[in-house]
Design a protein around this ligand. Structure first.
Ligand SMILES: C[S@@+](CC[C@H](N)C(=O)[O-])C[C@H]1O[C@@H](n2cnc3c(N)ncnc32)[C@H](O)[C@@H]1O
Length: 425
């Protein structure tokens, strides 16, 4: 058992190290299975898990995204718990921590290629499914973003994947399917850039054949000797809301998490391109999206209980742009709930790492990390140190406006991330 003082000193040392992880290999183990906007370099959660917990300890990420923290927890024989509102994030994280044998993939791939011979493009089965599966709004979305030929290819793939009997293999192939759509360049859709703040349609784009791309990816996976799944530790992944964490008080040994930045990345904008193919209606996804922290919506929020410096920042933005100010207010009100929940579930003496970047809203520089630090302090956390890391822009799959490299001033500062180190005393 390490004493609180020793742990705090170690934590401070870690936060003072170079946290850029520039040029490192971030795709070992199962980390490279699927693109995900603004994911951690795996070495980031790893250094905190390795140094601040012991084998068997519980590590939580309440906004788990692509599961980086949980994969690293398992690799280090800890118990990883991951929560996220986003169905794709939870599916992706589950696949990443569920060992699957390349031989089983090979057998399933044979099954798939055999089924494809019978159920190939243009058959009535495929067309009928395309006609009956989607409500009219979702259908219009598909017609706008996918060429008719691509729609038939994708529907064919959905049918053959659904036919697989083994759940682990089926989940793996569902993820593979998603990975051919969700790429920086919009994959087989007509979107030009799914990491953009808004996807842009490129009507001249000639998407590659989806079936061939899918098969090639599966074959690459089978041959990839660097790819391995964690087989130590345990993991528990679930859909849920970080503002209301379903874990008993004083249970968790470490939290490593990264909330969305305010107003920066709209996960559902990209993820719906894949989720609709597996039965989610656009209306359902829209409803879910409104619950995401950092979503661009100006609902009412209560200032009460937020620290005066945060209220001042929100009021300043409201004076410049009322809607943006309210979006920021809702963001901090949500983050207050999240940080409160983190405090509740952590054991006394346990550490928490929150990684967050600044935002630019209505031309104003919003120092999100300062706001979160004030909130955390009010809740009872001790701020150990705030580390800074420079972003590897291309690797983080950030929206275009956060990726421009030649801007001055605020946009340059957005290329930094803040690693907030907190301890529950
Ligand atoms: C910056 S990403 C996390 C990336 C993650 N660190 C990784 O390495 O992949 C933020 C995540 O917060 C999730 N999120 C947003 N609002 C949430 C909420 N209320 N509860 C739980 N998760 C939420 C988003 O779906 C997204 O997956």
């Amino acid at each position: 058992m390490i004493s609180i003082n020793t742990k705090e000193n170690k934590f401070r040392e870690l936060l003072s190290e170079n946290l850029d992880f520039k040029g490192i290999n971030s795709v070992y183990s199962s980390h490279g299975l699927h693109a995900f906007a603004a994911k951690f370099p795996p070495q980031l959660p790893r250094m905190f898990i390795e140094n601040l917990t012991q084998e068997g300890d519980i590590v939580l990420d309440p906004m788990v995204g692509s599961g980086t923290t949980v994969v690293e927890s398992c690799l280090l024989n800890r118990q990883g718990i991951g929560i996220d509102l986003d169905p794709l994030a939870v599916h992706l994280s589950k696949v990443k921590v569920t060992p699957i044998n390349p031989e089983d993939i090979s057998i399933a791939l044979n099954e798939i290629t055999n089924s494809l011979k019978y159920l190939y493009l243009g058959t009535n089965t495929v067309r009928n499914e395309l006609n009956k599966r989607f409500d009219s709004e979702t259908r219009d979305f598909i017609d706008y973003w996918f060429l008719p030929k691509t729609q038939e290819e994708l529907m064919t793939l959905v049918l053959v994947v659904e036919n697989l009997t083994d759940e682990t293999t089926k989940n793996f192939f569902k993820l593979l399917f998603s990975s051919i759509i969700i790429t920086k360049s919009g994959g087989v859709s007509l979107a030009r850039d799914l990491a953009h703040t808004r996807p842009h349609k490129d009507k001249f784009k000639k998407p590659v054949n989806s079936v061939d791309t899918f098969i090639n990816k599966a074959q690459k996976f089978i041959c990839n000797k660097n790819m391995f799944f964690p087989n130590g530790g345990t993991s528990f992944l679930m859909r849920g809301d970080a503002r209301c964490i379903p874990i008993s008080p004083n249970t968790v040994d470490l939290i490593v998490t990264s909330p969305p930045y305010s107003n920066a990345i709209d996960y559902m904008r990209a993820h719906k391109f894949s989720l609709i193919w597996f039965g989610k209606a656009l209306s359902e996804l829209r409803e879910l999206r409104s619950k995401y922290i950092g979503a661009e919506r100006a609902s009412d929020f209560k200032n009460d209980g937020l620290p005066p410096s945060v209220v001042e920042l929100i009021d300043k933005l409201i004076n410049i742009n009322r809607i943006k100010g309210k979006i920021l207010g809702k963001y901090f009100a949500d983050m207050k709930l999240v940080v409160g929940e983190m405090y509740r579930v952590l054991k006394t003496g346990a550490c928490s790492v929150i990684v967050v970047g600044n935002s630019k809203m209505a031309g104003m520089d919003v120092k999100t990390h300062d706001g979160i630090c004030s909130i955390a302090k009010d809740i009872g956390f001790k701020i150990v140190k705030v580390g800074i890391r420079n972003l590897d822009r291309d690797k983080r799959m950030l929206p275009a406006y956060l990726r421009k490299s030649n801007d001055k001033g605020i946009t340059n500062r957005i290329h930094e991330e803040y690693i907030i180190g907190l301890i529950k005393e």
